[in-house]
Design a binder for this molecule. Structure first.
Ligand code: SAH
Ligand code: SF4
Length: 349
């Protein structure tokens, strides 16, 4: 049998490969291998999660950011970004609306905005948990100190998303200005884990300077770090960044990597991301059909949606939260899956 087919079978049997084997797999994938791994990934996710899809209500509560990541539309050097920051009561109101819509996880995501000190964030977390003790709170607010992570966890936050962005130190330095470091990013992930959070890592597919080599390091990192969650989506340029003229990542490769990651860690919580849905109209469906088991519809107030522009033409910025919820339901039903009202914690297997 061809080497590539044997490698795909090895991945399914062992849930791991060497970095050079991952690289070979990505470079030499055929339609046959892609479909083979996709079906394996779907079988695995069905054996653990059935046809359930978990939803997370995404609240983009500030687009202010002190960082200057080269890829991101919220970077501080983008002076054409109309900045906003939601107040505690607006954030809490989003979760109340979300609860009615069947969400049992709220993801608070934002730029690194110093206004949201530990005191301010902890108060918001406590309020949400007080109103909705049966819900999980996920934070996605970047790099903070160990002490800060501990305070947020003790206030009741359950999970933390911090994409590693790339597992290659040199590549990391090409995506970020001096002052942001790969070592600190990786250290934050370890600290988050130690603190007690369920941790989400992840990366962009097709970011500038990325080759199959960097992607295979990302896969090795997922395999060894074993995050509870992994967010991957295609890179999409933003017109007001240094990467404005770079190409978008590939939806096909993103879906392939979703299948591979599902096989590497069978019970991982794996979203079909908004970036994938921005690149192709049926991105959420394609993501789920490649092995993802989470979708994250937008719960932010309509008035701020368009302002949280990480990349060009981000979808779902013109719809009321209730409509996003219905849309997600329809999309999942159309492919034989079912959104469930559940915190959606990682299952053991
Ligand atoms: N400030 C936080 C959370 C907001 S950014 C943080 O950086 O962790 C959330 C994610 O959006 C980032 O981790 C990055 O992977 C993704 N992102 C940013 N710009 C993007 C772009 N141009 N294309 C695709 N994804 C992007
Ligand atoms: Fe800020 Fe996050 Fe964007 Fe970087 S990716 S500029 S930290 S919002």
């Amino acid at each position: 049998m061809e080497e590539i087919n044997l490698l795909a079978e090895k991945l399914c049997a062992e849930h791991k490969l060497s970095v050079s084997e991952y690289e070979f797999l990505i470079k030499n994938r055929t339609d046959y291998v892609t479909e083979f791994l996709r079906q394996k990934a779907v079988d695995i996710r069905k054996s653990i999660y059935g046809n359930s899809v978990y939803i997370r209500g995404l609240i983009e509560f500030t687009n202010r950011c002190k960082n200057d990541c080269y890829y991101c539309g919220l970077r501080k050097s983008n002076l054409n970004c109309d900045r906003y920051r939601l107040e505690e009561k607006q954030i809490v109101a989003c979760t109340d609306e979300g609860y009615e819509l069947g969400y049992r996880t709220f993801v608070l995501q934002g730029g690194e905005d110093p206004f949201f000190s530990d005191e301010v964030l902890c108060s918001i977390i406590r309020k949400i948990k007080q109103n909705h003790p049966d819900c999980a709170v996920t934070l996605s607010v970047g790099e903070r100190s160990e002490e800060s992570y501990r305070a947020l966890f003790e206030a009741g936050a359950d999970r933390y998303l911090l994409r590693h962005e790339t597992a290659d130190e040199l590549h990391y330095s090409k995506l970020h200005p001096e002052g942001m470091s790969f070592k600190n990013r990786m250290n934050c992930l370890s600290v988050l884990r130690k603190t007690g959070f369920a941790v989400g890592a992840g990366f962009m597919v097709g970011s500038p300077f990325q080759t199959e080599k960097e992607l295979s390091e990302d896969l090795k990192f997922i395999e060894t770090f074993q995050p509870e969650m992994c967010g991957i989506g295609p890179f999409i340029p933003h017109r007001e960044t240094p990467f404005a003229r770079e190409k978008s990542g590939s939806a096909e490769l993103t879906c392939f990597l979703l299948s591979v990651i599902r096989i590497i860690k069978p019970n991982i919580l794996l979203p079909a991301t908004t970036a994938l849905a921005t690149l192709i109209p049926d991105g959420r469906e394609r993501g789920i059909l490649s092995g993802a088991n989470v979708v994250m519809p937008n719960l932010s107030p309509l008035a701020v949606r368009k302002k949280y522009e990480l990349y060009n033409n981000k979808v779902c910025t013109g719809e009321e939260s209730a409509r996003c919820r219905v849309c997600a339901d329809k999309r999942m039903q159309s492919i034989g899956y079912q959104i469930v009202v559940d915190r959606g914690d990682m299952k053991s297997f």
